[in-house]
Design a protein around this ligand. Structure first.
Ligand code: TXA
Ligand code: MG
Length: 351
């Protein structure tokens, strides 16, 4: 299959520019598009044939459900039933934006889209291209991140081209995803609202709107516990992983830097390729291997935005060993560390 790549300006979208992409979705094809979190791989969520192509293109296990993207809050009522007041309160404050809400599904949503579950994940994205595409196509768009299953999520169209060229109909290049981490997922189908995946919309932000919110216990664990099963099926798979062996060093920053320098030197002397994930504040203090800056410690959002890109850059370089500093695990840092720990397969050295 030939994949067509088109370039659009998110801030200056011309009338009619999404026509061809919308037609592809209507006809059951696959279109990758930018969102404010990561790039998505879209298909008609209510068309079993179309959404099965997503699983095929990504190499994704079929029990891993898809998020359905909508362009109007009221479309939630077409896809979900028994919608609690809290869903409307959250939608009012955080939609359009990086929040996915899990609700009881209506019959029109096929089990192939929900991985066999009776619930459905719904999100109204903020990115103009994403929202217009949904609107113009008139399709509810099932869209996972547009990466090959298990790879870091794509934050640029180049990342999508790398993974999906020749496998899908179209890729819309709308520049870099601004946030860089997937949406926060909150489950409102049970008694107490539960965060299934941390993201840029934090627990405190959610609690300010709807009161008590819990974390799925698996999010808080520092070591993989085989007895805990995540409530979001996708969280159980090895995820976001670079090809090299990533290890996180945790402790007082100067000691972390010394330990990483020592390890990196050792590996270099052994003839291995080495990468270091550093920050604006520390990058000049590393002396071995390829040192890359993820962002600034003074601006956690920059670290979130840089994470997946840096993991992919080390893949391009075929780096065998990657060492990373660790980050505070509160508010946005919680989402950053959740992804970084998974990418590292929970390999942490405490200094
Ligand atoms: O930011 C995002 O959410 C991006 C952009 C493209 O919108 N999408 C995304 O999709 O991250 P994906 O498929 O990579 O991750 C969806 C996660 C998976 O962990 C999946 O298991 C979970 O959402 N999920 C989907 N439906 C669910 C449901 N009904 N119950 C529990 N978890 C669900
Ligand atoms: Mg994903």
């Amino acid at each position: 299959m030939k994949t067509k790549v088109i370039q659009l300006d998110t801030e200056d979208l011309q009338e009619g520019s999404l026509g061809e992409a919308a037609e592809i979705l209507k006809k059951g094809g696959l279109v990758a598009f930018p969102t404010e979190t990561v790039y998505g791989l879209g298909a008609n969520a209510l068309d079993v044939n179309a959404s099965s192509k997503i699983y095929e293109a990504k190499g994704r296990p079929s029990d891993n459900p898809l998020i359905i993207h909508i362009s109007r809050v009221k479309d939630m009522e077409i896809l979900a039933q028994d919608i609690p007041k809290k869903a409307y309160q959250l939608a009012e404050i955080f939609w359009p934006g990086p929040l996915t809400i899990i609700l009881k599904k209506k019959e029109c949503v096929p089990y192939q889209t929900t991985g066999g579950l009776d619930t459905v994940a719904i999100r109204l994205p903020a990115n103009h291209i994403a929202r217009n595409l949904i609107e113009v196509s008139g399709v509810y768009v099932a869209a996972p991140s547009a990466n090959i299953s298990g790879k870091p999520s794509p934050t640029t169209a180049q990342h999508v081209i790398k993974d999906m060229d020749g496998k899908i109909d179209m890729i819309i290049d709308g520049g870099s995803a601004t946030l860089g981490l997937e949406s926060t997922i909150i489950d409102l189908s049970g008694k107490v609202p539960m965060i299934l995946r941390p993201g840029c919309i934090t627990k405190i932000m959610l609690e300010n709107v709807i009161g008590q919110v819990e974390y799925d216990p698996i999010i808080l664990q520092k070591d993989p516990d085989i007895n805990l099963v995540p409530k979001a099926p996708g969280m159980k798979y090895r995820h976001y992983a670079p090809e090299g062996k990533l290890t996180i060093y945790e402790g007082e920053i100067n000691k972390v830097i010394d330990a990483i320098n020592q390890k990196a030197q050792e590996k270099k002397e052994n003839g291995n390729s080495v990468g270091v994930i550093a920050t604006d504040e520390t990058s000049t203090l590393y002396h071995f291997g390829v040192v890359k800056t993820i962002g600034s410690r003074k601006d956690e959002a920059s670290i979130a935005a840089g994470l997946y890109g840096i993991l992919r850059e080390f893949d391009e370089l075929r780096t065998e060993y990657i060492y990373s500093e660790n980050f505070a695990d509160n508010s946005l840092g919680q989402a950053i560390m959740n992804r970084l720990l998974k990418a590292a397969g929970y390999r942490v050295v405490k200094i």
